[in-house]
Design a protein around this ligand. Structure first.
Ligand SMILES: Cc1cc2nc3c(=O)[nH]c(=O)nc-3n(C[C@H](O)[C@H](O)[C@H](O)COP(=O)(O)OP(=O)(O)OC[C@H]3O[C@@H](n4cnc5c(N)ncnc54)[C@H](O)[C@@H]3O)c2cc1C
Length: 431
């Protein structure tokens, strides 16, 4: 059965599939595949735009290996099986009065796929999901099951938190969670020039700040989410309004605009301006994961780079100038987020305060020239591509972009000398 990712940008025909239900099952699958000369990849939920999970060898489907293994409510340390989706994780944490301190835009990913590719949300003082990992258990190429944390096998821990699955198959992930919290969400259109003028202020003054900018529109959609305690905040958004704003406007109506633009490309720029002009103001409060996560039913392709935060305005100005000269117009908005510097060797925010710029195009519309333009701008300031989003960087570039790249490769040589976990994408990025 052919495997395909969410965006339809990668597909593969695994020679064999396994459905493990325990760490022992994972170890058996790994050693059996190795004995039969097959390479091995763990499948998440296929939400990477790159072919990170693709394999012609043995594919491990971990969807049956899900749920909480251990929960310490005093410390907030929660251990989950590696195939747990973020949606199921959020529900389980909610029931325990806990939450993840920060999340990305969607919850369909597995926790393992998300951390392995450096998935992140936004927040100047917060790191990506891998920074919330306190311990890992993984099955190595020889079938051994090892644990690692800051105190136990620290090099393996530093390498495995973001590894694109190159070191082994994660069997469990231990997360440092926080008490459940409420976010007050404020989403409103604002002239892009005002957003850029107040970029530093918005970044510093909000727990979670991001904005979306339609490349031919004058307005950006600014999202500011801040923690509140007690009964303060604007209150929940009525169900009908939530349905209208997020399902109708952001999915159904936007999907219709995209299909129109794809059928008649000359309409894309005016439709893009229309989408920017019809952005509405929304204020509400809700449990954190309900604010972080939105549904994304309109399919797109995406590239994203982390750049030094101080370079963001120059990067955006260069993209803004270049996008008007593209032969094929762009339908989807640009998304800008921030993250704190962290210490995870292959985290896109390793060692530097970062801004993330993500560009998208509706599926089926030409994107190559746009993505090339963006990549040339982002790499000119030492940008680091998201491991799960489209880019053309190779190991030579990435070695210069990541101070601990050689250390990561050393751990890979130690744990997987015969490259059991290889695939063409890993050859591109790790050599
Ligand atoms: C609509 C959409 C919205 C998104 N929003 C965001 C966002 O807000 N922020 C962000 O940073 N990214 C975002 N992404 C990207 C996404 O979070 C990542 O690509 C993530 O990896 C997807 O997780 P997955 O479970 O689908 O993993 P997959 O894409 O299936 O796999 C990713 C990698 O993880 C490896 N892997 C999976 N399970 C294991 C395991 N048990 N052990 C070892 N390796 C494993 C795979 O082999 C592969 O290399 C988005 C993607 C989409 C399609």
């Amino acid at each position: 059965m052919t495997w395909q990712n969410w965006a339809g940008t990668a597909s593969a025909d695994p020679a064999r599939r396994y459905w493990p239900h325990s760490a022992e099952d994972i170890a058996t699958a790994v050693t059996t595949a190795a004995k039969d000369g097959l390479t091995v990849r763990a499948l998440g939920s296929g939400h990477s735009f790159t072919a990170a999970a693709a394999t012609a060898g043995a594919a491990l489907d971990l969807s049956g290996w899900s749920g909480i293994v251990a929960a310490d409510l005093d410390s907030g340390l929660i251990t989950v099986r590696s195939g747990t989706t973020i949606r199921d994780l959020n529900a389980a944490l909610d029931a325990l009065g806990l939450a993840m301190p920060n999340l990305g835009d969607i919850d369909a990913q597995t926790i393992s796929g998300a951390i392995s590719t450096g998935t992140h949300g936004t927040g100047a003082k917060l790191g990506g999901l891998a920074t919330q990992v306190a311990g890992l258990e993984l099955v190595l190429a020889d079938g051994s099951v090892v644990s690692c944390s800051a105190d136990e096998n620290p090099d393996l821990f530093n390498a495995a938190r973001v590894s694109v699955g190159a070191l082994g198959v994660l069997s469990t992930v231990t997360l440092q969670c926080v008490p459940a919290f409420t976010l007050a969400a404020d989403e409103r259109p604002m002239p892009l020039d005002e957003v850029l003028a107040r970029w530093g202020e918005f970044t510093e003054d909000n727990d979670h700040f991001e904005f979306y900018w339609f490349p031919y529109g004058k307005n950006a959609l600014v999202k500011r989410n801040n923690r509140i305690t007690g009964n303060g905040g604007p209150g929940e958004m009525p169900g009908w309004r939530r349905f209208f704003e997020y399902e109708v406007m952001e999915n159904a109506a936007f999907g219709t605009l995209c299909r129109t633009g794809r059928a008649v490309p000359a309409t894309i720029k005016p439709l893009n301006r229309l989408a920017a002009a019809t952005l509405s103001k929304r204020s509400y409060s809700a449990p954190s994961h309900q604010v972080f996560v939105t549904s994304r039913r309109v399919r797109f392709v995406e590239s994203e780079y982390a750049v030094p935060r101080e370079a963001l305005l120059d990067v955006l100005a260069a993209l803004r100038g270049g996008v008007t000269r593209l032969a094929n117009p762009v339908m989807f908005p640009v998304e800008v987020r921030v993250a704190a510097a962290d210490d995870v060797w292959l985290s896109t925010a390793y060692g530097r305060e970062s801004a993330y710029m993500a560009i998208h195009q509706y599926v089926g519309l030409p994107y190559r020239a746009y993505f090339d333009l963006f990549e040339s701008i982002a790499t000119s300031v030492g940008g680091r591509p998201h491991w799960g989003k489209m880019h053309t960087r190779d190991a030579a570039y990435l070695a210069a972009a990541y101070p601990r790249f050689a250390d990561f490769l050393r751990v890979r040589d130690d744990t997987d000398p015969s490259r059991l976990f290889a695939n063409p994408y890993l050859e591109q990025v790790f050599g």
